[in-house]
Design a binder for this molecule. Structure first.
Ligand code: PAF
Length: 286
C-alpha cells in the first residue's frame, strides 16, 4: 500500500500535531525522490529512532547549478510512494514549487567553512540551496530526528553545522552508504548511466577503497591520490573533479589519516557526475 501524501505545510503540520498529541517521536527523511535502497535504508534507520517517519520529496531547484541537470533529474513519485508504503513510512510530504518558494521568497541560508572546497568548489551555490531547503524542511516539520545519507558526506557536514549554529532542536543522524553488488554507491544519478557506464562505474569505489587501504597502511598520501586519479581515468571516467583526504568532522584537509579521516571523490562518467567517500583509518584496514 502506498504511503499517504500531503502537499502543503499546513497539512504536514496538522498530521505531525496529531502525532505529538499522542506522544510520538517524529523522524524526518528529506529526499529528492527517485528512491532506491539507499533512501529506503534511511527510512528504516529513522524508524529505529522515531515512532512516526515523514519522508519529504522535493526536487529543489535552488541546489542545482545547471538547468540541464535539474531537467534530467529522475522523477517517479507514484513508484516512490509505493516503496515508502512497503518500508513503513508514515507520510510523504511532496510540496509543489509554489508551496516551498512562493512569490517573493528572498531568503538564503549559507554555511561557511565546511561548504567550501570539494563539491562546493565545483557546484557554486549548491550548498546554499541545500542549507536553505533543509532549514525550511526542518522548520516545517520540527522533527526530533532527521536522517541524511553519508554518500553526500559534505552535505551531511553542512547540515550538522547549520543545525548546531542555529540551535535547532533536532538530532541529525547519518546513514551509511548502501552499495550495489559491484560496490557502486547507490544514487538516483546511476539511472542516467549507459550500459557501458554502468559496467565501468564500480571501478570508482574499487579505486577509492584501494586508495584508503594504502593510505591507512602508511603510503604517501599525495602519491596514492595521484595514482588513484590516473586509475579512475583509465577506467573510462572523463574527469576527476577532486580526490581528497579530509578530516571526517571539520572536512579540513589532512596530510596523514588520523582516527577520523575520510577520502572523498567526485568524477564524471558518461556525462554523469558520481560522488563517493570512504573512511580511512588504520584500524578499519588492519
Ligand atoms: O540529499 C538530497 O537528496 C538533497 O540534497 C536534500 C537533502 C533532500 C535537500 O534537497
Amino acid at each position: 500500500m502506498s504511503v499517504s501524501i500531503v502537499r502543503t505545510v499546513a497539512e504536514l503540520r496538522a498530521r505531525i500535531e496529531q502525532w505529538r498529541h499522542a506522544g510520538y517521536r517524529v523522524g524526518l527523511v528529506p529526499t529528492m525522490g527517485a528512491l532506491h535502497d539507499g533512501h529506503l535504508s534511511l527510512v528504516r534507520l529513522a524508524k529505529t529512532r522515531a515512532d512516526r517517519v515523514v519522508v519529504t520529496l522535493f526536487v529543489n531547484p535552488k541546489q542545482f547549478n545547471n538547468a540541464d541537470d535539474l531537467a534530467a533529474y529522475p522523477r517517479s513519485e507514484a513508484e516512490d510512494a509505493g516503496k515508502l508504503g512497503a518500508v513503513g513510512a508514515d507520510l510523504l510530504f511532496a510540496p509543489g514549487l509554489d508551496e516551498m518558494y512562493p512569490q517573493g521568497f528572498s531568503t538564503t541560508v549559507s554555511v561557511a567553512g565546511v561548504s567550501e572546497g570539494l563539491c562546493g568548489a565545483f557546484r557554486p551555490g549548491h550548498f546554499d540551496g541545500v542549507a536553505t531547503v533543509v532549514t525550511k524542511l526542518l522548520l516545517q516539520s520540527q522533527p526530533d530526528v532527521a536522517v541524511f545519507g553519508e554518500k553526500d558526506f559534505q552535505q551531511l557536514a553542512v547540515i550538522r553545522r547549520l543545525v548546531a549554529d542555529l540551535n535547532m532542536p533536532v538530532t541529525i543522524v547519518g546513514g551509511p552508504i548502501v552499495r550495489e553488488d559491484g560496490g557502486l554507491a547507490m544514487s538516483s544519478r546511476n539511472l542516467r548511466l549507459t550500459r557501458g557506464g554502468r559496467a565501468a562505474a564500480p571501478r570508482l569505489s574499487a579505486a577509492l577503497f584501494d586508495a584508503a587501504k594504502r593510505i591507512a597502511a602508511g603510503e604517501d598520501v599525495d602519491s596514492v591520490i595521484a595514482q588513484t586519479k590516473a586509475d579512475i581515468l583509465a577506467a573510462g571516467f572523463t574527469e576527476v573533479e577532486y580526490l581528497e583526504l579530509r578530516d571526517a568532522e571539520t572536512l579540513a584537509p589532512v596530510a596523514k589519516p588520523g582516527q577520523a579521516a575520510r577520502l572523498l571523490v567526485a568524477a564524471w562518467l558518461d556525462g554523469v557526475r558520481l560522488i563517493d567517500n570512504v573512511p580511512v583509518s588504520a584500524q578499519i584496514y588492519a
